[in-house]
Design a protein around this ligand. Structure first.
Ligand code: MN
Length: 247
């Protein structure tokens, strides 16, 4: 099995190293990841400058671009063979609910999906205990499942894993995205030269976090697996819109 790995935290990130270690026994593993932390890059492509690809001491390819650039480059020309699956992560921090819109981790997987390859985004929900190996093991089990039995439809899976050791992880739960409250306000500050600067504030707390959501599953210690789609059309609103436009 040919496995393409990427992330948004950068090629040096511990979550990527854990993912690489977990995937090595499963097939031919290639890493193409950003040269620096591009968390929050969403689906951006770099169109205003050339991209280079360098190789790290441990054989990871890294790119002066976004997570989307990395997977796009890999699949559309860099690699000799198309990967059978794209796995992105393990992200340092959850990507649940609205996070998925901003996430570079999800975007890297989504780029694979858009290019016709099954893809999995994996995030560690929690930033304190660093159980990347457990999350990577979950990803490896999913990849093994893909290799044993092809999923009959195009698949983009968003996986969030509680930050606990593997033997304390609950079962997989198929979820939907929850929703967060509005983000915290920007934080106004001053740089050492007295200029006013702003920091984007924290994401809002979970608002829609009831049973069935990714937030709920992870809070219960289970591994959340959300099937994602890319079409943003709000079909249920089309009739209301037609009426409003005709009125
Ligand atoms: Mn990240």
């Amino acid at each position: 099995m040919r496995i393409l790995l990427s992330n948004d935290d950068g090629y040096f990130a511990p979550g990527l190293a854990a993912l690489h270690a977990a995937m090595l026994p499963l097939g031919e593993v290639t890493v193409v990841a950003p040269e620096r932390d591009r968390s929050g890059a969403s689906n951006s492509l770099t169109l205003d400058r050339p991209l280079y690809v360098r190789t790290s001491a441990q054989g990871f390819r890294y790119v002066n671009g976004t997570p989307t650039d990395c997977v796009h480059l890999a699949v559309t020309g860099l690699l000799d063979h198309l990967p059978d699956i794209v796995v992105s992560g393990v992200n340092h921090g959850a990507n649940m609910g609205d996070d998925t819109i901003y996430s570079g981790t999800v975007a890297a997987a989504m780029e694979g999906f858009l290019l016709g390859i099954p893809a999995i985004a994996v995030s560690l929900s929690g930033r304190s205990h660093g159980n990347f190996a457990a999350a990577a093991a979950v990803a490896a089990r999913l990849v093994q499942r893909f290799s044993r039995r092809a999923f009959p439809e195009p698949a983009l899976l968003n996986v969030n894993v509680p930050d606990v050791p593997e033997d304390r992880l609950g079962p997989l739960e198929v979820t939907r995205l929850g929703k967060r409250h509005k983000a915290e306000p920007v934080i106004r500050s001053q740089n050492p030269r007295g200029d006013t600067v702003y920091w984007v504030g924290a994401a809002g707390d979970a608002a829609d976090a009831g049973p069935g959501t990714d937030f709920h599953a992870v809070a219960q210690g289970r591994v959340s697996v959300t099937p994602l789609q890319v079409d943003l059309t709000r079909f249920a609103q089309a009739d209301a819109l037609r009426g409003w436009l005709a009125g």
